[in-house]
Design a protein around this ligand. Structure first.
Ligand code: I3S
Length: 170
């Protein structure tokens, strides 16, 4: 089962760990390099930072902002993880990921502007993996985004669609 922390609902803001690769950059094909990335959707921007490496068992977090997410995770961690580390082990991982995101260890690797972009399910030719989203930006970057967990990827698909539809005419 995945952990899910919900804050006051902010449909256009979302974080989680996804597998990501660029396939095109500024209109040029680039070699695939799948990496596990801490992914944040904020407004019309999608940010990626190197994740903890392959940990998709905890799914995603909604928050108003990264500082808010950090504070909440840290207070949860202080309350529940420290006194009972064995019981609340799972709560530890997002704290580490979020903490890393906030430190110089893991600056956002790259950001894409979703305005004027498009999102669709990737065809079989694009990837042999299951649950792959193809995201194209107006700047000519194409990304593949994937999660093994279909509910996770479906939520991201919906969120990216909504964001692109909302910000299309800005
Ligand atoms: O579209 P491709 O070229 O079949 O993508 C696969 C390759 O990038 C492969 O690495 P090499 O560049 O060393 O061949 C990756 O390991 C695979 O994951 C890529 O394909 P999938 O179907 O997983 O996206």
């Amino acid at each position: 089962s995945h952990m899910r922390l919900c804050f006051p609902p902010q449909p256009s803001e979302k974080c989680g760990v996804l597998n990501v690769t660029k396939i095109t950059e500024n209109g040029k094909k680039v070699r695939k390099n799948w990496t596990s990335s801490w992914t944040v959707l904020q407004g019309s921007s999608l940010l990626f930072a190197k994740g903890q490496g392959g940990s998709t068992s905890w799914s995603y977090y909604r928050s108003g902002s990264i500082p808010e997410l950090l504070l909440t995770l840290l207070s949860n961690w202080k309350r529940s993880v420290k006194p009972r580390p064995a019981v609340s082990y799972v709560n530890c991982r997002p704290v580490q990921a979020a903490a890393k995101f906030g430190s110089n260890q893991s600056k956002p690797e790259f950001t894409v502007d979703l305005r004027g972009g498009s999102v669709e399910w990737a065809s079989k030719e694009k990837s042999s993996k299951k649950h792959v989203i193809e995201l194209k930006t107006r700047q000519g970057t194409e990304l593949l985004i994937q999660s093994e967990i279909d509910s996770v990827i479906n939520d991201w698909y919906r969120a990216l669609r909504e964001t692109i539809n909302t910000h299309a005419w800005e």
